[in-house]
Design a protein around this ligand. Structure first.
Ligand code: ZN
Length: 185
C-alpha cells in the first residue's frame, strides 16, 4: 500500500486502540513506525532519484524500472540496496527480533512498534508479484503471497474511501464518549 495510506491506517487504528486502552500509545510514534519500512526502502530510492535529477546523469523515471524484469532490475546497485532494505523492513522475523531487543533494553514492550507489524500485515495482501510482493518470511523463506496491487485505480478509491469512513467513525465515537462524560465547566 502507498505510504500515505499506511500512515492514515496506523493513525486510525491506534487512535481506536487508545480510545479503549488504559496504556495509551503515542500516535506520532505508531505512525512513524508504520511508515518506516517504506521510508527505509523506497525512500532511499526516491532520494537517489532526486539527487540524480539535481546532479544529472541518472535516470529519474520510476516507471522505467517498474517495467523491468526484477532479475534485470536487481543488477543495478541501488536496487540491490533497496531490495535488501525492503526484505529487512518487511519481514515479520526481523520485526520480532528487534521488538524483543527493544523489550529487553527498555524492560517493557514498545507498543508503538506494532505500527511496523501493521505495515507488514497490510502489505501482504496489497502487493502482487509484479511490484515488490511482501517478503514477510525473509530470510527463512522467500515465499510471497500474490495479492492484489494497491496501485490500481479502483483499489485506491476503495482504500481511501474506507480510510475516510474510519476517520468519520472515530470522530463520531469521540463525540459520543465526550457526551457521555461531559466536561465540568
Ligand atoms: Zn511497505
Amino acid at each position: 500500500m502507498d505510504v500515505f495510506a499506511h500512515a492514515l491506517w496506523a493513525g486510525a487504528l491506534f487512535k481506536a486502540y487508545n480510545n479503549k486502552a488504559r496504556r495509551k500509545i503515542k500516535l506520532w510514534k505508531a505512525i512513524a513506525w508504520g511508515v518506516m519500512p517504506d521510508v527505509f526502502s523506497f525512500g532511499l530510492l526516491t532520494a537517489w532519484m532526486i539527487l540524480g535529477l539535481i546532479f544529472g546523469g541518472t535516470v529519474a523515471d520510476f516507471h522505467q524500472f517498474e517495467a523491468m524484469e526484477p532479475a534485470q532490475r536487481d543488477t543495478i546497485p541501488i536496487f540491490q540496496i533497496v531490495s535488501f532494505m525492503y526484505n529487512f523492513t518487511h519481514s515479520i522475523f526481523v520485526f520480532a527480533a528487534i521488538f524483543i531487543v527493544f523489550y529487553l533494553i527498555f524492560r517493557k514492550p514498545m507498543l508503538a512498534m506494532l505500527g511496523w507489524l501493521l505495515h507488514i500485515l497490510i502489505d501482504i495482501p496489497t502487493h502482487s508479484y509484479q511490484f515488490y510482493p511482501t517478503p514477510f518470511l525473509w530470510p527463512i523463506s522467500s515465499w510471497k503471497f500474490n495479492g492484489i496491487s494497491w496501485g490500481q485505480k479502483w483499489f485506491m478509491i476503495a482504500n481511501y474511501s474506507a480510510i475516510a469512513i474510519a476517520y468519520a467513525a472515530l470522530y463520531l465515537w469521540s463525540r459520543k464518549t465526550k457526551n457521555r462524560f461531559p466536561k465540568k465547566a
